[in-house]
Design a protein around this ligand. Sequence first.
Ligand code: HEM
Length: 424
Amino acid sequence: MDVTDDLLGLDFFADASLTANPYTYYDAIRQSPVWHEPNHGVVLVSGYDEVVGVCRDDRDTFSACNVVSGPFPGLPVQPEGDDISDLIERYRGTLPISDYFATFDPPKHTQHRALLARLLTPRRLQENEDFLWKLADRTIDGFVDSGRCELIASFGTTFTMLAIADLLGVPESDHGRFQRAPELVGALAGTSGNHIGVSEDWFVDYIQDRRRSPRDDVLTKLAEARFPDGTVPDAIDVARVAVFLFAAGQGTTVDLLSSALLVLADNGELQEQLRNDRALINPFIEEVLRLESPVKTNFRLARRSTTVGEVEVPAGANVMVMVGSANRDPRHFEAPGELRLDRPNAMDHLAFGRGIHACPGAALARAEARVSLERILDRMADIGIDEDEHGPPEMRSYQWEPTFLLRRLQALHLTFSPIEATRK
Ligand code: HEM
């Protein structure tokens, strides 16, 4: 048995060693970019072209009903035949997070996703960015003088939570209760139950209030949003779309920030390069998204029997769309394990997915990362890994969240020198 055989024997869904480093495993399975894995009968799609192929086939062939849960628990009955569309409609309500539009298929998916349209205009995103600059400074104020921090608790969690609250137009006077609720999110990782946490009731109240008495604010725009056919959604439908943004967009953006800072804190030369040439921040963010994709993977259910690549996939199969692996596919990215700020096809990465479910929050996530890095570099010099917590350079140790869905660092302790008087 060679090393590859050993790796192929691992259970991707349960093996703790793969959360610390999934990449050698990805390299092994990518030898067969579409592979029926033996432990749970899931079809692992790990090659770049094959992942794009599945994502582009979300209308007719694949359903997103199992997007975060895959085979856990899967449909309650054994699928039979070459088209299980009826079975999916009968049982999709039994699957985790089935109330949220990420699990919907067209035409219902199209209708519900459209409720977001007025939140994601260039103008709204610019207003939101103005808030992000202030928020970044306010959050950094909370710890900068001490010269050390645990980035996720001190900065990431609050910053990413309030970034979404502001996008949705939640009044600043209500931000406190969102700030106190970070433990409620992260539902992408939770595969049981249907409740995300940031209270749907808060949003039902906002929507009902703005429907009764419209104001000149973003929540009113949300309350007035219509389905594309002109019908008025129930307040709970709008609330669920709003609340799902926290589940999908808060932890994932923390993951991007912590991966970015881990790289910079361990590479003083790169840190200085970015500090001195801020135009490099954007390509750096894209490379971190590619190399350490916060969403490692998600799922689709084969509605019809089909082929992916050359491999037959029967109707009813759980197909795992491994964007984290696709982003390191050497058939698409030269020297895929290297961080290259001048990579010509860097933007091809699939960290935000592709097709009808592609991440609607990508522009916000990128803005959050850019603003955070700008202000962190402005206000913190000589950022390094805290060796008391993570060990010396040759023996670093980090705790990763034991989830196969997300690339999630549990804590990142940093040391730095505060930079005086640069508050903007
Ligand atoms: C670095 C941060 C982020 C990453 C890596 C990320 C990644 C992804 C990926 C890969 C998908 C596609 C899932 C699929 O194909 O089924 C997705 C969907 C989604 N993301 Fe993000 N996301 C991030 C941030 C955000 C933010 C900030 C928001 C909201 C403000 C957000 C909201 C959503 C929503 C609502 C969906 C479901 C879309 C649909 O099914 O139509 N995400 N995200």
